[in-house]
Design a protein around this ligand. Sequence first.
Ligand code: AMP
Length: 249
Amino acid sequence: MKILVPVKRVVDYNVKVRVKSDQSGVELAGVKMSINPFDEIAVEEAVRMREAGVATEVVVVSCGASASQETLRSALAMGADRAILAETDVELQPLAVAKLLKAVAEREQPQMVICGKQAIDDDANQTGQMLAALLGWAQATFASRVVVAGDKVNVTREVDGGLETLELKLPALVTADLRLNEPRYATLPNIMKAKKKPLDVVSATELGVDIAPRLRHVHHAEPAARKGGVKVADVAELMSKLRDEAKVI
Ligand code: AMP
């Protein structure tokens, strides 16, 4: 079984995101970029399946600028077998990514796609769902456990108030939630090995899909600065402030 794992290059989760001075977007110049954390979980799951003999090959794919090759190399260092970059400098929105991934999936014919549940930059939580719809595949989102059995996969999802387990017929698409696994750190020898693994670059134009943005960013703003707190002497003062100043009781 071949597994395709889409990985996105995003602003590192430790970076404090700043809005550009003209409010047209987020400042990316000189900012540390990394593999989207949920995609790391997806790569880990696929690599574990290959190690367990359930999968035979793990192919990672990224859509975006040439710098995404670095992200693909991180996934290769975790154990993916080969990588594909669908390269474009056009700003990609989830529908465009889903269309590019569909074109790659049609070429690669995987039995399973494991996406991250969401990208931590746009928080869209759309790409996996759109891709499954475009491919006409079954989908199970927010997976916390994935078990392949023959031509089916059982996916446990954390839902409000408990766990839900779905049985999907392969080929299927799964999106990885936080508790699916704990991704490994890439070791230095594996980082070195990853440099030699195959990484194909295909231009997005070659994939023949319309990736023009459908949404226009109107405005970006930082959250309002928080006002300092005050210390109250006792419960009576707290109650009076809640009643007379905050007017919440
Ligand atoms: P989103 O819908 O933007 O929250 O992204 C959900 C998931 O789709 C991510 O965790 C990735 O697995 C995949 N994805 C989104 N954008 C890209 C991209 N540019 N390249 C590859 N995979 C992507």
